[in-house]
Each structure stands twice: as structure tokens, then as C-alpha cells.
Design a protein around this ligand. Structure first.
Ligand code: SF4
Ligand code: SF4
Ligand code: FES
Length: 505
């Protein structure tokens, strides 16, 4: 455990720690391009040079290891001059096309130029031409002229995904990143290279030229594409979710997320059904919708002779599930609760799990493990045999193939009253007698428990679309109209109940 001094601050670190990490521990930020904590250290950009008492020249702080008693200075005139020289060297062939570069605003080269160089170029030679806007895979576009050859992208494909699609070709200042012959950058995590690329050389085909990044607001959230629950920055502009970017969580997803999950932000914007429909009435406002739904449910439950069911979903947050539990017990007269959700899919040995729902563990926490026996298949059989007279559907994702879905849809016609609450109409909206639009997880706060038992919060990022409301709010309004108010009147109260309930059970 060497103890060293960095910019006058003493810090003790495990043996073998590079100076750049010790500096971060001491609150000192050393500029760098090629270094990344999860990747090997080629030491090729030279941006991280520092003065160290145990080095002969300037030391590359990304691979120079800490030694006992070393004295490190990161802001001397010599270090600053070296940084300026590195930036000037990188910019010799760089097009400096920041105004039309999609990385502008989140580019390390741009930021470091402003903080460490900020002087006109002394070079007036013709710059090298390289690939421009070249698709190198289904999701990623490459701009060779902006590339600073840090090799983070190559190392990611070699060391994290193990797919090794990328390499360099040519020599000297003609060196360029490329895919191996006959290959594309096409792996399940390919867009992570765009997060790693410190400049605008790698950008996603999906987000290119959609929104300038300084217009985006960011909210801490989760991907709901599978039960891993990758932590994300949910980035949005003018009420619309524009992209997901992975958010560091060493316990869950480190710095990464899969491409499919990254693109699942589109569900917030596409295919939404955001207007209330009461049988054939449209343009209905919430007070009337809540009242008429409460009346219809009360009448149906009274006639149903106990044949009342509610379908919940592992797509819902724990708070929504807790509200559903209370609603099923009161307004629905102790309805039998079933669990739906997306069908299982592929998995891998890295992040992607086969359960394509974010909160099955939360369903178990809220309802108990026995709930898992009440599958959507079981509900389907009950419906087909005419043993469900009233059905409340929360969310429309079902674990069936197309034939099973068609069977479910047909079986709805045997149910006297179907109320469907969800953010997307899917194929169920027209089959339901009442459709009530609800918010996506981008539009409401909630807690989700991932496959390994981590309870994680996702926060509302954008206002709910159209007439959609948070799930708990929909249930609460109907319960009040039915004169059986639920035990909470705000999300915070519901969240507090959840914390107490789960702690007590
Ligand atoms: S494309 Fe980006 S990540 Fe890859 S070497 Fe060039 S600058 Fe580095
Ligand atoms: S691994 Fe799962 S939770 Fe993570 S980004 Fe992919 S789909 Fe989303
Ligand atoms: S970050 Fe140290 S040489 Fe690139």
C-alpha cells in the first residue's frame, strides 16, 4: 500500500495502482484519452503526462505505478506545455469540424482544447483525407478524420465482447480504424464504442443529427429490456426521450448496456395509445372515466360470483404492483391475481438475461412467491373455460407467441367486463370494454428489483403523454370513485408503504 503525494495531497493506494487512479482518489483529474478503467493500457495518447519524482522524464500516469514516497505534480509548467504539445499534435490532421460534429458538447478533444490549449494552430499544411461518415456496422458510423487512434474501440471488442471486429490499417498519420475484411462491427453491445470514443469518430446511426447534446436533459433511470436492470442516463428534450446511455454501476452493468436495450427508448415515443376509451365513447375526461369504470367494476364484481381476475406485469414497478395488490383486494373484491409480461428470449454470459422483464423479483416481493404459479397461461385457460367474468389488465405484454396471443385476444370476448390499463394499445385495446392510458417508466417514478436482488430507482423524466397517468394514480382514482379509497394518496406515500411492507415481510 504505497503512500504518495499528488499536488501536495497524500494518498495511500493498493500496490500496482496507476497514478491516474490514485489522483482520482485524491480528487485530482488528469486529462486522458486512451485510458479507461476497464480496458488494458496502451499508453498511446500521451495526454496524461505528469511529473513524478520516481520517473526520469514525464510519466504517463495511466500506466506509471504508484511507489512509496513518490511526489507527483500534474499542473507544472512542464506538464502543461506537454499537454499543449500533445493537443497540437493531435490537431495537425484533425478537421476541427465541431459545428457539424455530433459529438460536439460531449467531446474530450473539444473540452481539453478549451481547458489546456486554446490557441490558434501553427500548422498550415494540407490535412490528410480519411473515411467520412462510413457505416461500419448496423448501428455505428465511423469518421476517420476525427479519430485520434486511442484504440479504445478496438480494445473494447477484444477485451469486453471478445468479438474482435476492429483493427488498424495503414501506417503513421495514414493509420485508420477499420473492420477486418468481410466483417462488420456487429455484436450485441456494439454501440458501447460510441460511449468510449472520446471524439466524434464513432457515433450511433440512431442518434446522429437528432438533437444537439447540450439541449438534452438527463434523468437517472433503468433499462427495462431485461431483468439485468442496466443503469442508464435517460436523455430527453422537450418531453421526448431521445436516447439511453449506460450509467456506471459496478454491481449491475459497469459502464455498458446492450444495443437492444439502448434502442428500447423508442417504446416511450412509438405506438402509444394515450386517449381514454369507455366502450364506444371517446374524448372522455378522467373524472368521468374513473366514475364509469368504478360503476362498471362494482356491478361486474357483484355479478361475477368471485370470478374476477387481475393480470399484473413484471414490467410494472414495485409501487404500481403494491397499488395493484390493494386494488385487487378491495375494488375487485379479492380478485385472483395473475402475472403476464414479455416472453423469454436469448441471454449471454455478460449482461443480457433471458427474462425480458425488469421486475419479476419485485412481483415476488410484493405478492409472495406463490404468485408465480398464476401465469398468464393459467388465466387464458380460465378465460376459455368461462371462469372469468371480470378482468382488469395492467399492461398488455403477454408471454405468448403470436398464436397464443390470438387465443388470448379471442378469449377476452368470453369475459363480461374487460378493463385494460396500459401505455400501448397493442392488440388488446379494441377488445377491452374500457381502455385507460397509463404512463411508461419514463413518465413515472418507480422501484424495480433486478434478477440478482438489487432494488433500483427509476425517476420520471418526461411528462406523461396525452391523458396517460401514473399507474398508481389510475387505480387510486377508480378506487376513490368506487368509495373504496386506497391507503395512499401520493407516490411518496405509496413508496413509504412499499418500504415498510417489504421490510416487514
Ligand atoms: S474511433 Fe474513437 S475510440 Fe476508436 S480509436 Fe478512434 S478515437 Fe479512439
Ligand atoms: S442487458 Fe438488459 S437491462 Fe441491460 S441494456 Fe440490455 S436489455 Fe437493458
Ligand atoms: S491516457 Fe495515458 S497515454 Fe493515453
Amino acid at each position: 500500500m504505497p503512500t504518495l503525494t499528488i499536488n501536495g495531497k497524500q494518498v495511500t493506494v493498493p500496490a500496482g495502482t496507476p497514478i491516474i487512479r490514485a489522483a482520482a482518489q485524491a480528487g485530482v483529474n488528469i486529462p486522458h484519452f486512451c485510458y479507461h478503467p476497464t480496458l488494458s493500457t496502451p499508453g498511446n495518447c500521451r495526454m496524461c503526462l505528469v511529473e513524478a519524482s520516481d520517473a526520469r522524464g514525464l510519466a504517463a500516469s495511466c500506466y506509471h505505478k504508484c511507489t512509496e514516497g513518490a511526489v507527483v505534480n500534474t499542473e507544472t509548467a512542464r506538464v502543461k506545455a506537454a499537454r499543449q504539445a500533445v493537443l497540437e499534435f493531435i490537431l495537425v490532421n484533425h478537421p476541427v469540424d465541431c459545428p457539424i460534429c455530433d459529438q460536439a458538447g460531449e467531446c474530450k478533444l473539444q473540452d481539453y482544447y478549451m481547458t489546456h490549449d486554446h490557441k490558434p494552430s501553427r500548422v498550415s499544411t494540407t490535412k490528410n483525407s480519411k473515411s467520412k461518415a462510413k457505416p461500419i456496422g448496423p448501428h455505428v458510423v465511423f469518421d476517420g478524420e476525427r479519430c485520434i487512434l486511442c484504440t479504445r474501440c478496438i480494445r473494447f471488442c477484444d477485451e469486453i465482447t471478445g468479438t474482435s471486429e476492429l483493427t488498424t490499417e495503414q501506417r503513421g498519420d495514414h493509420t485508420e480504424i477499420t473492420t477486418f475484411p468481410g466483417r462488420e462491427l456487429d455484436n450485441a453491445y456494439s454501440m458501447c464504442v460510441t460511449d468510449l470514443c472520446p471524439v466524434g469518430a464513432l457515433t450511433t446511426r440512431d442518434f446522429r443529427f437528432k438533437t444537439r447534446v447540450w439541449m438534452l436533459a438527463s434523468t437517472d433511470s433503468l433499462c427495462t429490456g431485461c431483468s439485468r436492470g442496466c443503469n442508464i442516463h435517460m436523455e430527453h428534450h422537450q418531453g421526448e426521450v431521445k436516447r439511453y446511455r449506460p450509467r456506471l454501476n459496478p454491481e449491475v452493468n459497469e459502464y455498458w448496456m446492450c444495443d437492444e436495450g439502448r434502442l428500447s427508448y423508442q417504446h416511450h415515443n412509438l405506438g402509444r395509445t394515450t386517449a381514454i376509451r369507455l366502450r364506444d365513447q371517446r374524448e372522455v375526461q378522467w373524472p368521468r372515466a374513473a366514475r364509469q369504470t368504478a360503476e362498471a367494476l362494482t356491478a361486474a364484481v357483484a355479478k361475477a360470483n368471485g370470478q374476477v381476475a387481475m393480470l399484473t406485469s413484471p414490467q410494472l414497478s414495485c409501487e404500481s404492483l403494491l397499488a395493484a395488490r390493494e386494488f385487487a383486494a378491495t375494488v375487485l373484491g379479492n380478485a385472483t391475481v395473475y402475472v403476464g409480461g414479455n416472453p423469454s428470449g436469448g441471454n449471454d454470459a455478460f449482461l443480457i438475461t433471458s427474462d425480458k422483464n425488469p421486475n419479476r423479483a419485485g412481483v415476488v416481493q410484493v405478492f409472495g412467491p406463490a404468485i408465480l404459479a398464476n401465469t398468464a397461461y393459467k388465466l387464458l385457460e380460465e378465460m376459455e373455460q368461462g371462469r372469468v367474468q371480470a378482468l382488469y389488465l395492467m399492461r398488455g405484454e403477454l408471454p405468448f407467441d403470436a398464436a397464443g396471443r390470438a387465443r388470448f385476444s379471442a378469449a377476452l370476448s368470453r369475459v363480461a367486463l374487460v378493463v385494460y390499463q396500459g401505455p400501448h394499445g397493442l392488440d388488446l385495446e379494441e377488445r377491452a370494454h374500457i381502455f385507460l392510458p397509463s404512463a411508461t417508466h419514463a413518465e413515472q417514478d418507480g422501484t424495480y428489483v433486478n434478477e440478482t436482488g438489487y432494488a433500483q430507482a427509476a425517476y420520471a423524466a418526461v411528462p406523461a403523454m396525452g391523458q396517460a397517468l401514473a399507474d398508481w394514480d389510475v387505480l387510486s382514482r377508480i378506487a376513490r370513485a368506487a368509495e373504496m379509497p386506497l391507503s395512499f394518496d401520493s407516490f411518496d406515500a405509496l413508496h413509504a408503504t412499499l418500504a415498510a411492507t417489504i421490510a416487514a415481510e
